[in-house]
Write a protein that binds this ligand. Structure first.
Ligand SMILES: C[S@@+](CC[C@H](N)C(=O)[O-])C[C@H]1O[C@@H](n2cnc3c(N)ncnc32)[C@H](O)[C@@H]1O
Length: 236
């Protein structure tokens, strides 16, 4: 569906003229309409959060097939943004305890709103994923910022979405190292790490896994476009 038709169908009809103006100004259609369908649930989005992507729906789909076999899983989503991963997982796994962490208080405001709309009990934490985590987890899942500072990206993304959600140092790899180091301390014995990655980062991250978590096995999976997009890490 073309953006303008999408706005007419899903946007507030009273704001139609203003919304078309925003579209012409280069605002993303999801921010204009104010929500996005993610894994069958509608999430409120605005400039405070990254717009959830199709690939992240695939991350969830795949993660659900690799979950440790335990009834009440303890799950943490590092860098929750709109809360799309944490809330969807809680929706699919009602007995799980789900924690959603973000360094951005603004993003957490949006995620809390979304958790209320979807009547999901999520434990929100406002802190950096680099800092001490409060518990041990069976699943550590994350779609961290992974774009290198010198990587060219679409203008609409660069101009509108929070840079805190996009960019990372060390060629975009910084947060993967942080997450793997956190897993040494906070991942339960038969736990799973599920990560969304940049399409060229797979090998470098698996190399990090072999150094930081040498007893665990790591495999890369592709997205629907055939690009390397996910890494799963488990005890072999
Ligand atoms: C790529 S976005 C992912 C948002 C959401 N999980 C999704 O998949 O749509 C990365 C998120 O990480 C957060 N973030 C950036 N640096 C962080 C840090 N040091 N600690 C925790 N969260 C951080 C950003 O605020 C952003 O919400």
């Amino acid at each position: 569906m073309k953006d303008i038709e999408y706005i007419k169908k899903y946007g507030n009809p009273q704001n139609l003229t203003e919304n078309i103006k925003r579209l012409k100004n280069g605002d993303p259609v999801q921010y204009i309409v104010g929500n996005v369908n993610f894994y069958g649930l509608l999430f409120h989005v605005d400039k405070r959060v990254l717009i959830p992507r199709f690939e992240t729906e695939e991350l969830i789909e795949k993660t659900l097939t690799y979950l440790p076999s335990k009834k009440a899983l303890n799950i943490i989503d590092l860098g929750t943004g709109s809360g799309c991963i944490a809330i969807t997982l809680k929706h699919k796994l009602p007995t799980a305890k789900v924690t959603a962490l973000d360094i951005s208080e603004e993003a957490l405001e949006v995620a809390r709103e979304n958790a209320i709309v979807h009547q999901t009990e999520i434990h929100f934490i406002h802190q950096s994923m680099e800092d001490t985590l409060p518990e041990y987890y069976d699943v550590i899942i994350s779609n961290p910022p992974y774009i290198a500072y010198d990587e060219p990206i679409e203008e609409i993304v660069e101009k509108n979405e929070p840079h805190l959600a996009l960019y990372a140092s060390n060629h975009g790899l910084y947060f993967y190292k942080v997450i793997l180091n956190q897993a040494i301390k906070y991942l339960n014995k038969d736990g799973l790490i599920a990560l969304e990655i940049g399409q060229t980062q797979g090998e470098a991250i698996c190399q990090m896994v072999s150094e930081i978590l040498p007893h665990m096995s790591c495999w890369i999976e592709k997205d629907m476009q055939g690009l390397d997009r996910f890494i799963f890490i488990k005890n072999s």
